[in-house]
Design a protein around this ligand. Structure first.
Ligand code: HDL
Ligand code: ZN
Length: 422
């Protein structure tokens, strides 16, 4: 019978026991994955799963097309199964899958018991053949040790909109977030769309228009029970500025977020379509303006902001701004930062500057099985960094208990998020 958790104490004299305990608790603590592109099974084909979807993830499309001379257009004319086979051959057979996205496929397939060591795509496909989607969701959530995931719900996506309007059924494992990029970034087109849906909007952003945009947001926040509203912003995003984006933010999004006590998530730094030939895989990044985040936090103290930035060079500044504004929650190692070397660097900096008051990771998964590798890989790094921080702490003379560690990890893996929503 192991000792009751709270009596186990750590000091400079039992660091190896500390390391083992941190690794165990980080592995054992279920996660709330606060930003994904997954969908509950009720959304049908919008929920991507299986080995061909894993292989045709846009990260791997970019890597495979870079490593080959296949003409872009020829790739796009291929069937998905042929695209997957091309990517498997290019990144897994002709060379070792050492990139984070490629290694992730190996981790996910291995953890699910697929014969990945065979390097034979057909036998891997056979392993998953005819697995019912609900069984796959259960197996994946168990393997990844997920409590729940937050979807990215786009009311402007025609396919998704139909599900919400016709036959949506809640699934407690899949929570909603309302994604409003077209509203904030493409008002010229979106105002017409809203009008066609019965909202009295016009391009000039009249008083009535702003009122109707608020009504639209309230309607969709009610319909989706979204936990937060979110937008992905370019590196050029600036606040304040004279623009429809700033007007809609000030007059519609932030007031509705305040009234409904919801955070607003800004994901800042994507430079869309730097190589359009790669389609969804063609986005890059740029250095963004952290001052704009600072000004929003200062000007709207009753609003709460969740922010992640795409440029490595923005991370330190963002942490310092978070030290100054408790209505700012820094989250995740987003996209091109979701690599072991950068997750480690960012997590060390965040523990050192923010203590435990941040959300260390989200998966951004687009394909169901990705959550297995995105969390497995991140848990290993977070356990390593946290152990180092605890080692420094007990070396300084602090006494640490297993209950302390359990509490801290629960904050990082969900409680900080749920607290921030209150
Ligand atoms: O805008 C976003 O939410 C980004 O995460 C993009 O979806 C991006 O394509 C992505 O999948 N990143 O991981
Ligand atoms: Zn995303």
């Amino acid at each position: 019978m192991s000792e009751p958790a709270s009596t186990l104490e750590f000091s400079r004299h039992n660091i190896s026991a500390l390391r083992d305990t941190v690794a165990r608790l980080v592995a054992e603590t279920p996660v709330t994955d606060i930003h994904t592109h997954l969908f509950s099974p009720v959304f049908g084909d919008m929920l991507l799963y299986g080995v061909d979807e894993l292989l045709t993830y846009h990260y791997l499309v970019a890597e495979a097309l870079r490593a080959s001379s296949l003409p872009y257009e020829q790739f796009w004319t291929m069937e998905k199964s042929d695209q997957a086979a091309f990517i498997w051959k290019t990144l897994f057979v002709e060379r070792s899958p050492v990139s984070e996205a490629a290694r992730g496929v190996v981790t996910a397939l291995s953890k699910l018991g697929a014969p990945v060591a065979s390097r034979d795509l057909e036998s891997i496909r056979a392993f998953f053949k005819d697995v019912p989607v609900d069984d796959q969701v259960n197996a994946v959530f168990k393997q990844a040790n997920l409590k729940s995931v937050v979807m990215t719900n786009d009311p402007f996506d025609e396919t998704e909109r139909k599900v919400w309007l016709d036959h949506y059924q809640p699934d407690p494992r899949f929570l909603a977030a309302l994604r409003i990029d077209p509203l904030l970034l493409n008002w010229k087109v979106t105002c017409g769309l809203l009008k066609s849906w019965g909202y009295e909007t016009d391009a000039l952003l009249s008083k009535k228009s702003l009122e109707e945009v608020r009504r639209f947001l309230v309607d969709w926040l009610f319909r989706t029970k979204a936990l937060y509203m979110a937008v992905s912003l370019p590196p050029t995003f600036t606040y304040p500025e004279e623009s429809p984006t700033a007007t809609l933010l000030e007059q519609c999004v932030l007031p509705v977020a305040r009234d409904r006590n919801l955070p607003f998530a800004m994901m800042i730094g994507v430079q869309r379509a730097i190589n359009p030939n790669l389609r969804l895989a063609g986005d890059g990044l740029g250095f963004a303006n952290v001052r704009s985040v600072e000004r929003l936090c200062a000007k709207f103290p009753s609003n709460r902001f969740m922010v992640t930035m795409l440029s490595r060079e923005n991370q330190h500044e963002l942490c310092v701004v978070a030290r100054k504004f408790r209505n700012l929650m820094v989250f995740g190692c987003w996209w091109f930062l979701n690599n072991p070397s950068l997750i480690e660097e960012m997590s060390r900096m965040r523990f050192e500057l923010l203590g435990l008051s941040f959300i260390p990771q989200h998966s951004d998964a687009r394909v169901l099985e990705q959550v297995i590798y995105k969390w497995e890989h991140s848990r290993v790094i977070l356990a390593k960094v946290l152990t180092d921080k605890y080692t420094d702490l007990v070396t300084a003379g602090w006494k640490l208990t297993e209950a302390d560690i359990r509490r801290d990890v629960q904050k990082l893996f969900g409680d900080n998020f749920w607290e921030f929503l209150k």
